[in-house]
Design a protein around this ligand. Structure first.
Ligand code: SF4
Ligand code: SF4
Length: 112
């Protein structure tokens, strides 16, 4: 079961995914996820102040056709367009997420 299916089958609310304790998702998913964000925040701190896991969550939700993803994204204090491309997040990521590529996707999807 991939992460999106896991979230859907668990019936986890959007607010819980974005704001709550989602470690259980990470634990369940980490075994077979490489290059896919598990929202662990190990990549922090971002020098541009971007909540990287939140951006990734919004991307995942948007790709799951969740209409609320855009609203949550625009409520973030920093957006993918604030990324300076330093790459330190990718050095810290335990599952080798291509964060800068994710940021470009977020800009393409959300417009900033
Ligand atoms: S590459 Fe972008 S998202 Fe990653 S730490 Fe640097 S500024 Fe933050
Ligand atoms: S990008 Fe990597 S380090 Fe950052 S939250 Fe996602 S999985 Fe964790």
């Amino acid at each position: 079961m991939n992460r999106r299916d896991f979230i859907a089958s668990a019936g986890v609310g959007l607010a819980t995914i974005l704001l709550g304790d989602y470690n259980f998702i990470s634990i369940a998913a980490a075994q077979d996820q490489n290059g896919v964000c598990i929202y662990c925040n190990n990549c922090q701190p971002c020098p541009a102040g971007i909540d990287i896991s939140a951006v990734n969550k919004c991307l995942d939700l948007a790709n799951s056709s969740n209409e609320s993803a855009k609203d949550y994204y625009f409520n973030l204090s920093k957006h993918a367009s604030d990324c300076i491309g330093c790459g330190v997040c990718e050095q810290r990521c335990p599952v080798h997420v291509k964060v800068r590529k994710q940021m470009r996707q977020a800009i393409g999807l959300f417009g900033k």
